[in-house]
Design a protein around this ligand. Structure first.
Ligand code: PGA
Ligand code: ZN
Length: 427
């Protein structure tokens, strides 16, 4: 029997120094769980709506007191007093009280905060680790370590340079376990820093902890990654492979894809050629948001052309929403989905979309947001669901490393966890 005794909301800060919501759930048996909600910058237009106060006198309009009021009022009134609640009951109640398609009434930050905090409280009440509680919730018998995609170099909306693509990621797919994968990522990251310094580039880090040097092109960015991997004495293509998040919606206009190094906008086919050329030069095993969220026809061509040789991840196009994912499956678009809990706004819906992806043979990548916090929920989510992959930024900044650290600890303590599968998780 799980009954909720109280909900408490707090306005705390995320990694960008913007306010966000922390929710604490207290169960009738005394167990407590809390969760802090993350926040994106390159936000898909169909994401669930994050409620902000809009009061210019506080936090430049970004306060979350309205979301806190929803937690303390409508949500608390409807959940407290219910005798036996499981995760699906709580999340269904949240959907009912909200009543909108995009959670704009309560705010996805209010619903997600309550949903994740309840999961933690319930795990604490059962006295099991969060990842194993999550594996129970989704009836997953195959808990395993995810392969990380580590974002170490940035362009696009996450930087102020001439690099078009948003994220250049290293994937330590050839390592034998999580601890070695984290070590490998950290060594490459430090070698990249040294290389950039030697060539006179800035080594200041961006929101996700990656460098944002003033390089001339995407190709030069890939070149620096290759050098850093070699400097760290790993083999590019076997120990470490590469992945991209183009976040192409950000540079797509009515005229086409606008690259900073080219005077003509590229149409969908020409941009696919561009990506194909990059993949011919470097061992790129995964491309996320290779095209814009509303360019479904080109997404189809991208999948036809590159889908048999690499992972194509849908982030903005699917927004962790079963409706969009189902449309993608029906149309033969992408072969993998990025999972961001705050894009959809409850844990149950997140688990449902992961189940849908798995049933259609799509791979799943659990993801942080560019505005994140010390909360490590997604590390447990990746293990508990057996998602296979995680994307949680660079090898610095505590809101990023906290997830890696949590995974290393889970690997050391978890019984019944199957090992690190490397490249087999991706392609
Ligand atoms: P966001 O970036 O959190 O700013 O949306 C991450 C991504 O695009 O994957
Ligand atoms: Zn993305």
């Amino acid at each position: 029997m799980t009954a909720i005794a109280a909900l408490r909301g707090f306005e705390v800060l995320d990694s960008r120094g913007s306010p966000t919501l922390e929710v604490e759930v207290e169960l009738a048996d005394g167990a407590i769980g809390s969760a802090i909600v993350p926040s994106g910058a390159s936000v898909g237009s169909a994401e669930a709506v994050e409620l902000r106060d809009g009061d210019a006198d506080r936090f430049l309009g970004k306060g979350v007191r309205k979301a806190i009021r929803h937690v303390h009022n409508e949500i608390q009134q409807s959940v407290v007093g219910e005798n036996s609640l499981n995760q699906r009951d709580v999340d269904t109640l949240l959907l009912e009280i909200d009543g909108t398609k995009d959670k704009s009434k309560l705010g996805s930050n209010a619903t997600l905060g309550v949903s994740l905090a309840f999961a933690r409280a319930h795990a604490n009440s059962k006295r099991v680790p969060l990842y194993s509680h999550i594996s129970d919730l989704c009836e997953n018998a195959d808990m395993r370590m995810p392969v990380p995609m580590m974002n170490v170099l940035n362009g696009g909306a996450h930087a102020n340079n001439r690099i078009d693509l948003q994220e250049f990621m290293i994937v330590p797919a050839g390592m034998s376990d999580m601890a070695s994968a984290v070590r490998c990522g950290a060594e490459v990251f430090q070698c990249l820093k040294r290389r950039l310094e030697e060539e006179g580039h800035s080594t200041a880090v961006g929101d996700e902890g990656g460098f944002a040097p003033n390089l001339e092109s995407d190709r030069e960015a890939l070149h620096f990654l290759a050098l850093a991997i070699e400097d760290a004495r790993y083999q590019l293509g076997s120990d470490v492979v590469l992945a991209l998040d183009c976040a192409a919606t950000e540079f797509h206009t009515e005229d086409g894809y606008i690259l900073r190094g080219s005077d003509q906008p590229l149409n969908g086919d020409a941009f696919i050629n561009y990506l194909d050329d990059l993949a011919a030069m470097y061992p790129i095993v995964s491309i996320e948001d290779g095209l814009a969220e509303d360019d479904w026809d080109s997404w189809r061509s991208l999948t036809d052309r590159l889908g048999s040789k690499m992972q194509l991840v849908g982030d903005d196009i699917f927004v962790t929403n079963p409706r969009f994912l189902q449309k993608g499956i029906d149309c033969g678009i992408a072969n993998s989905i990025l999972i961001k809990v705050n894009q959809i706004g409850t844990l149950t819906e997140t688990l449902d979309v992961i189940a849908l992806a798995k049933s259609a043979g799509y791979r799943t990548v659990i993801s942080h947001r560019s505005g994140d916090t010390e909360d490590t929920f997604i590390a447990d989510l990746a293990v508990g669901t057996g998602a296979g992959q995680i994307k949680t930024g660079s090898l610095c900044r505590s809101e990023r490393t906290s997830k890696y650290n949590r995974l290393v600890r889970i690997e050391a303590e978890a019984a019944g966890l199957s090992g690190y599968r490397g490249l087999r998780e991706i392609f």
